[in-house]
Write a protein that binds this ligand. Sequence first.
Ligand code: ADP
Ligand code: XUL
Length: 520
Amino acid sequence: MTQLVLGLDSSTQSISAVVIDIDIDEEKIIHEAALNFSQEFPHYQTEDGVLRGDDATEVHAPPLMWVEALDALFMQLKDAIDLSQVVAIGGSGQQHGSVYLKESVNACLAKLDSSSPLHVQLVDQFSRATSPIWMDASTSAQCEALAADCGGNAALCEATGSVAVERFTGAQIKKFAEQDPQAYQDTAHISLVSSFISSLLVGAIHGIDYGDATGMNLLDIRQRAWHDDAVKSCGAQLSKKLQAAVDPRDFIGNMSKYMQERFGFSADCQVLPFSGDNPCSLVGLGLVEDDMTAISLGTSDTVFGHISSLPETMSQWAHTFVAPTNNYMLLLCFKNGSLAREAIRQQCGFNWDEFTAAIEATDPGNNGGFMLPWFDTEIVPKVLTPGVHIKEIDEQNKAALCRGVVESQMLAMRLHAAEAGLEPTSIRATGGASQNAAILQIMADVFQCPVDVLEISNGAALGAGLRAIQAIKNCDWQTSVAPYTQVQASLRKEPRKQFATVYNNMLVAYTEAEQAALSA
Ligand code: ADP
Ligand code: XUL
């Protein structure tokens, strides 16, 4: 009998699914589907999936929209495939966003009527109508207090994997508890986007998985248990509202009766706790062993990789999350990614082909010219006042500016990734700018390791599905993910050894310039 696995991703703008056939000699993705929140569910009045208030730092989303979208996606999938063949489901959610539920939610989930959509029956179960999401930056005061309550940011980072961060859930809960104590008291359960959706599937609220829990500033990353001081700082009785965190590798239950009756799932279909989109993408890119690192060149650039043990000292630049393997992942986010490359391209009046030709017309090392590419405020390193510092580049020399911005970004990534404990021996590149071969060659030369590209459009949903395959087959991670995460051999960029010294020297100059700018 055909066995299918479903990978779901509830992201900021859409919910999507990949369906994988796991028959021994025929492993393949047989179906993909997606629904865009703002386009398909305009009655929630979101823009690109989010609600913005008068205060620009506050960004929320309506959790009921996610519920309606889940129901609609399953209705669509039911028409396209035989859902009774799905043996396991894994899922991913945008990280950090939190859902606030009343005591009655479990009773409601237990007696759902399969003739009626999920959102109609859940409408009264939220103690907070909207969910703060990862784009919310309104909690600086709470971050300061949380860090102070936990012995300072270095101690908090050592304990939970990250310094206090505005979008992380701890500070978001703390703000809610302070500003609306009655609604906080009426909240019996706090879920993340990920655990909320998997709770809907099994028909009962369950604990958050270790991976997404490390995006909250609340989990003791070593003990895999709530951190007493952090939890106390963020709200009264908080650990009760959270339940114990769960292992991302263990199924939490089977599809509920409602899901079976409404969509035709089998009673034997097992559900893994959903996790964050970044942990799931790690698996979707095939990064399940050490020394495997990915660089995503999107709006922001991110460097992330799998590590099997924690570094001696946790980097305050990086976020350390528990990975779906139950080991760890490091993630560094550079805000001035495509933003900086596009700013230089526009300043030069180039299209991408001209930008690429300009890079190719210049020499590696750019005759010593580079820049600190802080067109906007920066996360790594923390730069609050934007400013581009050009070093040894004639600003009329367009080609040197194009090479300069890319080389400088790669140097910054190499520098800070190494500080966090990531020294890649191979890199998998993804994101919009990874289609640019000249940029990939600079990456290979600066890091002095091969760079591969994967053709994956939805790494989070795929990774979620691969997590479920690993759990159902109970085989090693590499065997589970390798068939789906093959690199395109013809696109590989090899490092050119003759430029190793050039970039080692440049790294020293870059580091000194960065330190000087930060201490100015
Ligand atoms: P997001 O983070 O929003 O998902 P993407 O991964 O889709 O972003 O990347 C989009 C970015 O890719 C664009 O902003 C653009 O700067 C960049 N991009 C697209 N084509 C090229 C190219 N040929 N060379 C370099 N950058 C490119
Ligand atoms: C990671 C982060 C985002 C969200 C949304 O810390 O905030 O990547 O997970 O995708």
